[in-house]
Design a protein around this ligand. Structure first.
Ligand code: GLC
Length: 731
């Protein structure tokens, strides 16, 4: 036999031996690590790991550090992995508007950049759960591409106060819209094998004194409002984690609140993931562990490491049963297995930044709300000759909100203005409305004035066919706005420009509703929210009519602070840090429900938004069944294709007997001129029910409920009565 053949045989033999050895090793590893068997359930796999863990390894899973200089990216939270058991490190990042890597003293690396999506209110203004899912999927894929496996995104707090500095991260004032939008975003993140985090559980509905405030609210009213939003989001999204919030709820800290965490979240809603604290929201060891907290987040933010050695000591002295720590570790592990984090460690695919940028712009376009368009000034005529663009740094970018959700946009910020009071920066995303508009109207003369000088701005406006004023109001985590006004100089600028040219359009880049003392002096108003890194293009496409304005308000625009349940934010003027009670006496009557119950006319109602065409809703019929439903027809009665969002409202008594208007369904319908579509909407009984706190049950108390179809909460002309069988709903 030739030497060549012998060496070939030896090689083949060696290869065979290697394969056999590898097979044996894998087999033995499978024996050593039975939890790696993907055929087992996440709970079974988690139990097997806990059985193999040492006590210190279990404790290691139950707190995260926000100091992690050894990581390639600064992480909001890091839980070291357990290599011995094949459990990866848990790498937590913010959040709901894109992967938010914090600035490093105002600077950043390219790797810190991510797609900057429009604000939560903008995504909610699309009234599109599908688009919310797409946003979540983008966030999940970009997290994986950066090697991160937990996104602290899934904020479902209701906008109880339209001056809350974090409303731009949320989805508005209604439980069904919020729960649907945030639930789908959570589902989108989870489908990318990344864990999402429903937060801030619960009633963290203002930033002022957030760590010292006690939310006082009837439990039944809380069930029918804030908790209903979380319940729907949890049902739709199945988050892997929940973050309990800074505040107290009826006297008990949210992160030590057995009623919230064990009774409702786990027992009633079946949440099977883990509860992490907000950063600096833990106040005890045994009390918190027994009440349902599983993990202390960002231990450096608290006064002590409650879930480190102190927890081990509490087990030793019997204050915390050993099986409790096993269950806490188990809940963390089962989420890791359920999300695919253990099995699918490596990034599936690198993020597709151009596809993500297109989605960011599309989300902005679908979320922009046309509030006024007198004399059909918009869309701008194709042959318009001279346009004045004024203010809002429109020559370089669009505003974004501040705090932990701040994304460093692809390509870096267009402008960064230090905001020392908030210990952060005001960031403008690189998408210039001026440049985008000029590109879409190349024949027009498009001039810009910063707006710093009112006379210059007015002079430019006077000479133009149309003047477009960009007005911005910055909002940020940790801070509320003292009132609903735009910064004074912005109102003054709008007044000056409108006085110089009646064909003035105001484009708002705000994180909340704002007062509009100049509303009757201008011809057009667009609410663009914080429109993200595609915002300039999106605004320009709406202005020139390349895209129909499709957004509808997810939050009421009050005419002024006096219309609100609390004309002044509790604690806003008193020194921050003092413990305060916030008496949510409006109960479940949040937003439009408050305005409807008190017959108050807001500036612009919830659900409002104009189109470049017009619609009619007609032929409403109702069907009585276990799940009652309605049918009606939508017709595009205008001359352009457009997007209608017919909303279905019901009037139903809450636990307190107070009848409130409730959004119980909606559809988004895109129609060509003259086209009609028959729409069916089923009404989930839960949305009509009141919560009976004595019986701890949801109750349908009426045999019929008044319902109406409308274009907003304040415009519901198509009415009927919805027959329902009175009954208790199953828990
Ligand atoms: C913050 C926020 C929370 C964020 C966390 C980590 O204080 O309340 O939303 O996810 O800390 O940065």
């Amino acid at each position: 036999m030739s030497l060549k053949r012998i060496s070939g045989s030896l090689f083949a033999l060696a290869l065979l031996l290697c394969l056999v050895a590898a097979g044996l090793a894998a087999g033995s590893r499978r024996n050593d690590r039975p939890w790696m068997d993907r055929g087992l359930s996440p709970d079974a796999r988690a139990r097997l790991v806990v059985q193999a863990m040492t006590e210190p390894e279990k404790i290691q899973l139950l707190s995260s550090t926000s100091v992690n200089p050894d990581q390639p990216l600064p992480l909001a939270g890091l839980i070291r992995g357990i290599d011995r058991l094949g459990i990866p490190a848990i790498k937590e990042t913010n959040a709901g508007l894109g992967i938010a890597i914090p600035f490093r003293n105002g600077h950043h690396n390219t790797a810190d950049e991510a797609t900057a999506l429009p604000s939560g209110l903008a995504i909610a203004a699309t009234w599109s759960p599908d688009l919310a899912y797409a946003a979540g999927s983008l966030i999940g894929s970009e997290a994986r591409a950066k090697g991160l496996n937990v996104v602290l995104g899934g904020a479902a707090n209701l906008a109880r106060d339209p001056r809350n500095g974090r409303n731009f991260e949320y989805a508005g004032e209604d439980p069904l819209l919020t729960g649907s939008i945030v639930g789908e975003a959570i589902r989108g993140i989870g489908d990318r094998h990344v864990i999402s985090t429903m937060k801030h559980f619960a009633v963290n509905d203002q930033e002022t004194n957030r760590s010292n405030l006690n939310a006082v609210i009837e439990p039944a009213a809380l069930r029918e409002s804030d908790l209903l939003a979380f319940e729907i989001a949890n049902q739709r999204g199945h988050p892997g984690a929940v973050m309990c919030s800074y505040n107290r709820v009826n006297g008990t800290p949210a992160c030590e609140n057995d009623w919230l965490l064990n009774r409702i979240l786990r027992k009633e809603w079946g949440f099977d993931g883990w509860v992490m604290s907000d950063w600096g929201a833990v106040h005890s060891t045994a009390r918190a562990a027994q009440a349902g907290l599983d993990q202390q987040s960002g231990v450096e933010w608290d006064g002590a490491r409650y879930f480190g050695e102190a927890l081990a000591a509490s087990v030793k002295d019997g204050a915390v049963p050993g099986r409790q720590v096993d269950e806490m570790a188990q809940r963390v592990l089962r989420s890791l297995f359920a999300a695919g984090v253990v099995d699918d460690k490596t990034p599936a695919t690198l993020a597709d930044s151009s596809r993500d940028a297109q989605l960011a712009q599309h989300l902005a376009e679908r979320g922009i709300v046309l509030l006024k368009n007198s004399a059909g000034l918009l869309p701008l005529a194709p042959d318009i000759a001279h346009v004045a663009v004024i203010g809002g740094h429109a020559d370089i970018g669009v505003m974004s909100g501040g705090g932990s959700s701040q994304v460093i946009p692809a390509g870096g910020p267009a402008l960064q203005i230090p905001a020392p009071a908030a210990a952060t920066w005001t960031v403008f995303d690189p998408s210039s409305p001026l440049n985008a508009l000029a590109a879409k109207r190349p024949q027009a003369h498009v001039d810009y004035a910063s707006g710093d000088d009112l006379k210059t701005a007015a002079a430019l406006a006077r000479t133009a066919d149309v003047a477009i004023v960009f007005a911005t109001k910055w909002e940020a985590e940790g801070h509320d706005s003292g009132d609903l006004s735009l910064p004074a100089d912005e109102d003054a600028l709008i007044d000056s420009v409108a006085a110089a040219n009646p064909k003035t359009i105001v484009v708002l880049e705000t994180g909340n509703p704002v007062r509009m003392p100049w509303k009757d002096k201008v011809a057009g108003i667009l609410e663009a929210w914080y429109p993200g890194q595609g915002g300039g293009e999106a605004i320009a496409n709406i202005l020139v009519g390349n895209t129909e304005p499709a957004g509808r308000l997810p939050i009421t625009f009050p005419a002024g602070d006096a219309q609100l349940p609390r004309p002044e934010i509790p604690g806003y003027t008193s020194s921050p840090g003092n413990p305060i009670d916030v008496d949510y006496r409006e109960g479940a009557a949040v937003g439009y429900k408050w305005f409807d119950a008190r017959r108050i006319a807001p500036l612009f109602p919830f659900g409002f938004g104009l189109s470049y065409t017009s619609f009619a809703f007609h032929d409403l019929s109702v069907t009585r069944s276990e799940v009652p439903s309605v049918s009606f027809t939508v017709t595009n009665t205008g001359l352009r294709r457009g997007s209608a969002v017919p909303q279905l409202y019901a009037w139903a008594p809450g636990a307190d007997g107070q009848v409130t208007q409730r959004l119980v369904g909606w559809r988004r319908v895109d129609l060509a001129p003259g086209q009609t579509e028959r729409v069916d909407i089923e009404v989930p009984p839960l949305l009509l029910a009141g919560f009976d706190a004595e019986r701890d049950r949801w109750q349908l108390s009426e045999t019929a409920y008044p319902i109406a179809i409308g274009a907003s909460a304040g415009d519901t002309p198509l009415t009927a009565s919805l027959p329902v069988a009175p009954r208790e709903l199953p828990p």
